[in-house]
Each structure stands twice: as C-alpha cells, then as structure tokens.
Design a binder for this molecule. Sequence first.
Ligand code: GLY
Ligand code: MN
Ligand code: MN
Length: 441
Amino acid sequence: MTLIPHVPQSEIQQRRKALLSACKANSVIIIPAASEVTRSRDTEYLFRQDSYFWYLTEFNEPDAFLVMSNAANREKNLAMFVRPKDKLAEIWDGRRLGETSAVDRFELDIAYSIDQMKEKLPEWLNEHEHLYFSLGQNERADSLVHAALSACKNSPKNAMTPPSSIFDVNEIIDAMRLIKSENELEVMQQAANISAEAHKRAMRFAQAGKFEYQLEAEILHEFAMNGARAPAYGSIVGSGNNACILHYTENSDALSENDLVLIDAGCELSGYAADITRTFPVSGRFSQAQKALYQIVLDAQLASLDVLKPGATLGEAMQAAVSTICKGLIKLGILKGELDEVIESEKWKSFFMHGIGHYLGLDVHDVGVYKKGGEDIPLGVGTVITIEPGIYISEDEDVDEQYKGIGIRIEDNIVIVENGYKNLTKNAPKTIEEIELLMSN
Ligand code: GLY
Ligand code: MN
Ligand code: MN
C-alpha cells in the first residue's frame, strides 16, 4: 500500500490568501461545511465534506463555518466555527477537533463553537462593505447568514452596519479550482492509478453467472486496499442492454457469456475524483459485431484526444468524436446517408446521446465555466477533463440483430499540459488486444 498523497496545508493557506485578495476591499467571506444527511432514522450516509469548504480547509467535520475578512486594520481575519468538544457526543458519534485544536491546526485567529454562531456571526458581518457567500446552496447556511444579517441590520441604535452588497463567492473559487496545481495533479494521478487497477481487477474477475454488484464489490475492494475508502460517485456496472442506461446503478443482474459489460467507476482520494469507463466482453473475447462497434468508439476517443492542447475546446473534441462515430456507423449500415448530412441531421444522437466530457476535480462533474457568450472556453494548462465518447444501441433499436443490446463507453482522465495533454488513466487497458490479453491471463 502506498502513502496517500494530499494537498499540504501550506497550499490550502495560499488558496485562502488568493481568495481574499480576489475579493473587493473590506469584504467578509463565509464558507459553510456540509452537514450529515439521514439515510434512515438514526443512521446517516457516509459523510462527504462540501467541496468548497474542503478546498479551503481540508477539514472533514460537519456543520463548521470558515469566516475570513480582508478588511485592513482588523485584529482578527481568520475564524472558524466548529463543533465543540463534547465527551458524550464523542463517545457515541466520533471525535471532534474542538476550538482549541482548530486554532492550531488551521492557524486561525480565533475559533468558536457552532453554538456561538447566532452571537458571533453578526459581529463578523459588522463594518464590512461586502459579503461573499453562495446563496441557495446550503439551506442551513442560508438561514444562519440571513439571521446574522438581520441581527446586524436591526441592531439597537444602529450599533452595527451590515454589508451593503452580496457576491457569489463560488465564481471566484470555481476559477481557482479549474486549474490544478502540481500537488492536486499528484493526488489525481494516484486516484487514477488506483481506479485503473480496480478496472483491471473487475476484468479479471468477470465471468458468466457473476452479478454486476459483485464486480462492483471487486472495484470497491481495490479502492479500499489502496487507501481510497469511497468511490467518487455511484459505480455503474451495466452488462448487456443495461449498458445502454447511461446512469445505471442498480447493478443487480447476472452477467451473460455473450454480453459486454460497461463499468464506469472511479475512487475518491483526499477529496479528488477519478472517473474511468471501460467496456469489455464477459467471456474475455469480443464477438465480430462487438469488435466493430468497440473499435469505432476507441477511434472516436483517440480522435478526440488528438485535438487536445492548450487553447483547444471540448466542442472541437466533440466534433472529432461525432465525425468518427458517424463514419463508423455509416460503414456498418446502422446510420444511413452521406456523412455531412448524417452529422448535420444529428441522427447520431440516437446512439451517442451525451457530451464528450466534463471538468474533473474535487467533484466528479467539477466546477468551472464551459461557455462564454455562446462560445466554448478554451482549455488552459492544468485543466483536468474527461474524454468519454460512447455508442449505445438498445434492444429496441431498429438495427441489424447482431448490434442490439450493446452499450460501449471509453472514458479517460486528461490533464492539459504545455505541449498537449497527459492521460492520467492510461494504465487501464483499452485496446481490444490489451483487454483480451489481460482477460486471458
Ligand atoms: N461517471 C459520470 C460521468 O462519467 O460523467
Ligand atoms: Mn465522466
Ligand atoms: Mn464516468
């Protein structure tokens, strides 16, 4: 087992500084943590920290608030509200860092108990011209901030002056999160490596009669044994026709000898996601029809990758994939007509109905703007994206019998670098030969 990489606190501090200086002068910033979510009665889902809060703290406790000020001549500029130490609560529900240790760990000017929010938050708003906060994202935070603004506004004899404008802090953080640092890329590479091994493990394990959820278990086992407790999203294991359901997570069917199985799974490591899809034959050998369709998707993926470099756009990558898929499907007689007409008429959307990819980072569908003024935003160095074309021909399609019930997607995680791109997930086999070789051993 390798050491689990994470972003060092020094870089987290840099992020906070960068955020503070990107805000207008005399601003206060409020970033809430996530809260626990009930699964049923007295049990909760595995806690997942809010990505923005994590980005600025790497603190994994629920209900906390980060509060920062860039006002000049303030004694205290960095505070956190955290759950207070509580012997009984800690015996039942787990350890709490508490105020004193929070000050040390995050080099805060002050830490409060979350029980002091009502009293202290108005004081932090007071005499700041601007508030940077993301309204509409976290109901509990919305109501606490609303109450604090109201307390500030209605203070006796106007003793307090609340901010006169509110800006969405996420806009600034999104632009920061879009470009990954060396430390972030190191974590994402490791998440990609673990996830690639998990896909290989599932390929080796697959055989007729095994259940989709058992392949999922193999994937999760590989994640955990390499330091990643949780997947970055619900793993998709779809065999046969199930692969044509884009977000299939039932994972309940048994594998059949002659089917393909599509697995879309990636681990979360130190908060960062991997997002890999591979499609392979249950038997270990592709049929002729499966091979023909698989090769089209692979060629489309390679064509997409080929356009990637600084300044290129996801739209260009999409065009390359669409053109390759249309050519391939015309050749097999699945789409009919001239290439230009088929592309123009969007007939291909019956078989490739999603986009070419998305930003990847702390969120699997990561933050960042895709378009400005209707135009695609050019990809910058340090941006991580997925490239994931697919062909899905469900059993109800009016095509030659041999092509029915086949869903194929190939998805890699790509970082844009100075001279082009780097594939973080190249360890996961994806050519027909590589897959058949791995599965024959
Ligand atoms: N795993 C979700 C996606 O590929 O976008
Ligand atoms: Mn994806
Ligand atoms: Mn995916």
